[in-house]
Design a binder for this molecule. Sequence first.
Ligand code: ADP
Length: 322
Amino acid sequence: MVQQSDNSQIYSSKPIVMIGECMMELSQYGDDKFHKGFAGDTFNSSVYMKRAFEQLNVNFMSCIGSDTVSTQLLDMLQLEGLDNRFIEVDEKRIMGAYMVQTDNQGERSFLYWRNDSAAKLLMQNLSKNAEQALQDCQLIFFSGITLAILNDNDRAQLLHMLCRLRNKGVNIAFDPNYRPALWENEKVAQNAIGQGFQVANILLPGMEDFELFGLRQRQQIVKFLNSCGFDELIIKDGSKSVFGYSSDACCEVQVAPNPAVIDTTSAGDAFAGVYLGARILGLDMKSAIEKAAAVAKEVTNHRGSIMPQEKFKNFWKGYKAA
Ligand code: ADP
């Protein structure tokens, strides 16, 4: 990734765009009582990137409806300081939703209503000037979930567009976030995620993502990804460690495991947002991993995808002061 530390103020004002789906999140907190929020992997990353680095120009790109929930998402984007100029609207569709239920033993289960969500039609609703505007970005982030929700044709279109943008010098970051339930079959997933690895120059996979390719050893994974030609590769190994590879550096950061995890949902998303933001602002790979891991660990202390804004502010202030 291109880094700029001397004039990071100018550099950091160039847009960063996170592409994907945001859904209404309903989390159960009592008998038939639910808290309403918003969540989705790349959306979560954009929130945590902006919270950690307010000087960055962070955009969330998706397609929503014109329903009341979609409008509330726009309010939330504003509240979080996220730019909405890459949000498209499909008048005929509404946002997707999911419910997190917790049983008497504390086991969580998820129910999704996303098959007909507006986000699935992002490519069909893309503004004519969207690609032009994306050329001015310094970084675009997408995930395997971004790819999974699109039909074959739209997915190919998105990948082609990202490929053209990368050829024009835009950094493209990718987290495979493999979710078997979202894919028609393993072959389709392998093909699409494999293309994601090739289109991006910054890769942020977790070890578990490679079960799709039958790979379990880190060395095998690095060898496999080397053939895709990345500039930077970060491999997350859950609560154990994180490995970083680039052409001129290689590092391992031990994760300090949280002894009292409440919920690991979105830890990886927060990691990606903070890691990428830190790198854009000129931090070296190891320091960026350390920051990202610290935020991801804090996220595991809270239920749901997006921890309360005030709690994040207090944590981050304390972390930076330490
Ligand atoms: P992904 O699904 O993207 O692989 P993980 O669940 O592996 O995400 O977690 C992403 C990051 O969150 C890890 O690299 C680590 O930094 C942090 N993390 C996850 N689980 C824990 C934990 N139990 N304690 C501390 N940090 C954690």
